[in-house]
Design a protein around this ligand. Structure first.
Ligand code: PMT
Length: 236
């Protein structure tokens, strides 16, 4: 705000305005980052997602000419240029924001690491550690955002999810493809710290009902561009 962009960035952004990209005229809703499930006013349950993969997808989609809403859990990343970002905290917030944003959208991508469970009740006061040597938390299942979007009667034309797996990558991702009724799933190998959660690089296999396409290990930005190109092929 108040400062001119770096000249190279300014030229790239201006040039993009005149591109008729592969997703020109399409609207996307993309989820990114972790969710936080409150335990009490100072503690929460979360995971290691940085938001980098979802933000890279949002940027690649905008560069391909799409209009993008990015529904983001708490991250330290700047909003990608020309992307509308909606900030959320918990899985329930993300669920509500996705359902509010998805009407009339063409493509939905669930790249967020949504907490599968949340504490059954949130203590209104800070839980004091000197009153107890152990603490039992009862957890209840969060609604599945991706599956709920894919189930809508007027669902987006193309729905894509991710499957973060440490073993039997393709097999477990295929199960999620069918169970959640999505058009494509990115099986994301998260077994090592150099790829997957909170890394700059990633390793992904794209799976549809008819094809398994292993993408090369690459930066999240390069992979996002490959994924967006593949989605454009699928919808055209
Ligand atoms: O954010 P980064 O640090 O860049 O890391 C990227 C990533 C590893 C988080 C990302 O590439 C990734 O794999 N995201 C999905 C993580 C995940 O929660 O996977 P899952 O296999 O548990 O879930 C399967 C799918 O269901 C995902 O699309 C997820 O967004 C969705 N889901 C899960 C639970 C839930 N309650 N609602 C959902 O929509």
């Amino acid at each position: 705000m108040g400062r001119m962009l770096d000249v190279d960035d300014l030229v790239a952004a201006t040039a993009n305005l005149f591109l008729t990209g592969s997703l020109s005229g399409k609207t996307l809703v993309i989820t990114a980052g972790p969710t936080r499930e409150a335990i009490d006013p100072v503690r929460y349950l979360s995971n290691h997602s940085s938001g980098k993969m979802g933000y890279a997808l949002a940027q690649a989609a905008v560069e391909a000419g799409a209009k993008v809403k990015l529904i983001s859990g708490p991250t330290h990343l700047p909003r990608p240029d020309r992307v509308e970002r909606i900030d959320v905290v918990s899985a329930q917030d993300m669920f509500d924001a996705c359902h509010a944003a998805v009407a009339n959208c063409d493509i939905f991508i669930g790249a967020a690491a949504v907490a599968d469970y949340r504490p059954a009740s949130i203590s209104s006061e800070k839980i004091k550690k000197d009153q107890q040597d152990s603490l039992n938390l009862q957890l209840i299942k969060n609604s599945d955002i991706l599956a709920s979007i894919a189930k809508l009667p007027n669902r987006p034309g193309f729905v894509m999810g991710f499957a973060a797996e440490t073993q039997q990558l393709v097999e477990f991702a295929q199960e999620k493809l069918y169970k959640k009724n999505v058009d494509m799933i990115a099986a994301n190998n998260v077994s090592s710290p150099e790829i997957g959660f909170n890394s700059d690089d990633n390793q992904i296999t794209l799976i549809t009902s008819t094809q398994v396409q292993e993408l090369p290990r690459a930066s999240k930005m390069a992979l996002a561009q490959m994924i967006i190109a593949r989605i454009a092929e699928e919808i055209h």
